[in-house]
Design a protein around this ligand. Structure first.
Ligand SMILES: Nc1ncnc2c1ncn2[C@@H]1O[C@H](COP(=O)(O)OP(=O)(O)OP(=O)(O)O)[C@@H](O)[C@H]1O
Ligand SMILES: [Mg+2]
Length: 240
């Protein structure tokens, strides 16, 4: 479904992403881990269209989307959330989802064939458990709820692949566990793939079927790390 082929970008002299190649299959859940500054968010920006690569290609559903702007990638089913909260603080939770939808509406999002923006917004809020917060200003929501709202904003656009940049950053352990369960359930029900970054290993191993490790802009390891005895020992406190 997604193929990243030899993607590179430098900011001045800093090689933020260096010749990264990866694939995500339909419905697959893949984590990208790595230390601060490894280039994870930059890689997401390259995939979603916020940053232009110096070299390499992004292929989605067999189509080379490297030349396309972010909104056209979103229209093809590539949804994303941001590491730093990107809700509109002075709009209600409902209006945030509606705004996210309206931004894409003119672009022929697949979702319009079967529903209205209002219904899609209500449905997305309910799906992320925020129906009762519908009319509260997003800026007044607890941080964990703001992150869930962002998830709802992505969900409403009916993506086929979700890019989530640290979806549980700043959450309490309870909120984190709730988000892991939520993402699992929604991905199961709706069949979308998830490519995400996280520092919290409980989230990584709770959601991902496969983990890629990025360091100084380059992928240094990948595979079914959950079955790797060393990873079991280091992160999971046991033997497989
Ligand atoms: N627009 C930009 N201009 C210049 N340098 C940038 C820009 N965006 C990112 N960088 C640099 O690129 C490197 C990779 O940053 P990036 O945000 O992708 O890392 P990250 O893996 O997401 O880190 P974190 O885990 O802290 O979120 C860092 O050294 C960062 O300072
Ligand atoms: Mg980041």
């Amino acid at each position: 479904m997604l193929t990243v082929d030899n993607l590179s970008v430098a900011f001045g002299g800093l090689k933020a992403v260096q010749a990264v190649s990866l694939m995500v299959s339909q419905g697959e859940r893949v984590a990208i881990i790595g230390p601060n500054g490894a280039g994870k968010s930059t890689l997401f920006n390259l995939i979603s269209g916020g940053v232009r690569p110096d070299a390499g290609r992004v292929v989605f559903d067999g189509r080379d989307i490297t030349p396309l702007p972010a909104h056209q990638r979103a229209r093809l089913g590539l949804g994303r959330s941001f590491q730093r909260s990107s809700v509109f603080a002075k709009l209600s939770a409902y209006d945030n989802v509606l705004a996210a939808l309206t931004i894409h509406r003119g672009h022929g999002l697949r979702v319009w064939a079967r529903t209205t923006p209002q219904r899609a917004a209500e449905e997305a809020l309910a799906a992320v458990g925020l129906a009762d917060q519908r009319d509260r200003l997003a800026g007044a929501l607890a941080l964990g709820d703001q992150k869930r709202l962002e998830l709802g904003m992505v969900l409403a656009t009916a993506p086929r692949l979700m890019l989530l940049d640290e979806p549980t950053a700043g959450m309490s352990p309870e909120e984190t566990a709730g988000t892991v369960a939520l993402v699992q359930r929604l991905a199961d029900e709706r069949g979308f793939g998830v490519l995400f970054t996280e520092h919290d290993m409980s989230v990584v191993f709770g959601v991902a079927q496969r983990v890629l490790v990025l360091s100084q802009g380059a992928l240094i390891a990948q595979g079914a790390l959950r079955a790797n005895p060393e990873v079991q020992r280091l992160y999971l406190g046991g033997t497989p």
